[in-house]
Design a protein around this ligand. Structure first.
Ligand code: GDP
Length: 369
């Protein structure tokens, strides 16, 4: 599956947040199996009220949400790109994730040392981004050197190498001007030239404003939260305001007490839910469902996936032998209560291999084995 790396300077609350996510996964694990892959990787259920409603309707033996993977990437400090503080290892971990959740400290706490001496989300963000850009610059320069040697080759190979050097030069100039790769106006050829480098600043980013309980709901006035909002807006990135500390307390509570605590904070749902949903959207993912007496289940596909690819998420044989799909909108199924009723009202469609799956489709696949 796709994964999101939690990054940020030390003492901004990454581990607290990650442990809250793990707590949510463990609480869910009572109902269905979850695996722990590595200590810093959490496979977190994607909360979905539609699945809950489907499950309440069908009362299946098992209800299985879809999941999203979070990776706790600790240890990023100024100088990481030059190998300081085990920097290279942490940067290598970032290379493996598909998107970045950048935690920015907004909470004040004299007992928690701030690496830069004061709460400054904008400054913190620039420190981290600079390290990532320096590392990318390093990767691009190395590749450019190799490509430069190839320009001496005869004929077509030499010509292609020249084009590659030109593309790498453009990315390099952008980085030198302080523009992360994700914000550079690159052509398809430019992108192709750096694709194999998995550049750190080419990954989509969302910002997490980690706040204290006392700052919750103050997004219109709190200067730190406003600073995060401004920098997120400036690059069109999503932002999630969350209190890691509150979240870590929430996951410890039984559902009734949790609801009470949430209400006392003036929150409608745990911040973790918003975080998971924001990450899911950032990765361009969506959900379709399968339902039956044995199991109701949510599945993840990339937006724009066609029916056979969606079937392939369940089993590769489903994709290979795909014949057609029966599709019902989940709203229709929840309203009309049975598949038979949906069929009768013309709400069940038969779709072929070119059908583009929509978020909220309930699908039943027919396939050859
Ligand atoms: P990391 O180094 O980024 O992983 O940060 P940690 O999660 O280890 O947090 C560093 C310290 O800050 C710990 O003592 C946490 O209890 C504390 N902390 C984390 N989030 C909050 C918060 O929202 N408010 C306050 N006051 N402290 C927090």
């Amino acid at each position: 599956g796709l994964s999101i790396g939690i990054v940020g300077l030390p003492n901004v609350g990454k581990s607290t947040l990650f442990n809250a996510l793990l707590g949510a996964a463990q609480a869910a694990a009572a109902n269905y199996p979850f695996c722990t892959i590595e200590p810093n990787v959490g496979v977190v259920p994607v909360p979905d009220a539609r699945l809950d409603a489907l499950s309440a309707l069908f009362k299946p033996k098992k209800t299985t949400p879809t999941t999203l993977e979070f990776v706790d990437i600790a240890g990023l400090v100024a100088g990481a790109s030059k190998g300081e503080g085990l920097g290279n290892q942490f940067l290598a971990n970032i290379r493996e994730v598909d998107a970045i959740a950048h935690v920015l400290r907004c909470f004040e706490d004299p007992d928690v040392v701030h690496v830069a001496g004061k709460v400054d989300p904008r400054g913190d963000r620039d420190v981290v981004e600079t390290e990532l850009m320096l590392k990318d610059l390093d990767s691009v320069e190395k590749k450019r050197e190799r490509a430069l040697k190839n320009t001496k080759a005869a004929g077509k190979a030499g010509e292609l190498a020249k084009l590659e050097v030109a593309a790498l030069d453009r990315v390099k100039a952008g980085l030198e001007a302080g523009t992360p790769v994700r914000a550079q106006p690159l052509s398809d050829d430019d992108r192709a030239a750096v694709k194999d480098l998995f550049l750190l600043t080419s990954k989509p980013v969302l910002y997490i404003a980690n706040v204290d309980e006392s700052q919750l709901g103050k997004e219109a006035t709190d200067p730190s939260i406003l600073a995060v909002k401004a920098l997120a807006d400036a690059e069109g990135a999503p932002m999630v305001e969350i209190s890691g500390k509150v979240e870590s307390e929430l996951v410890e509570l039984a559902p009734p007490e949790r609801a009470e605590y949430l209400a006392s904070l003036g929150l409608e749902e745990p911040g973790l839910h918003r975080l998971v949903h924001a990450g899911y959207r950032l990765l361009g993912l969506m959900t379709y469902f399968t339902s039956g007496e044995d199991e109701c289940r949510a599945w993840t596909v990339r937006q724009g996936s066609r029916a056979p690819q969606a079937a392939g998420v369940i089993h590769t044989d489903f994709e290979k032998g795909f014949i057609k799909a029966e599709v019902i909108r989940i709203e229709d199924l929840l309203e009309l209560k049975t598949e038979a009723a949906c069929r009768e009202k013309g709400k069940l469609r038969i779709e072929g291999k070119d059908y583009v799956v929509q978020d909220g489709d309930v699908m039943h696949f027919r396939f050859n084995v």
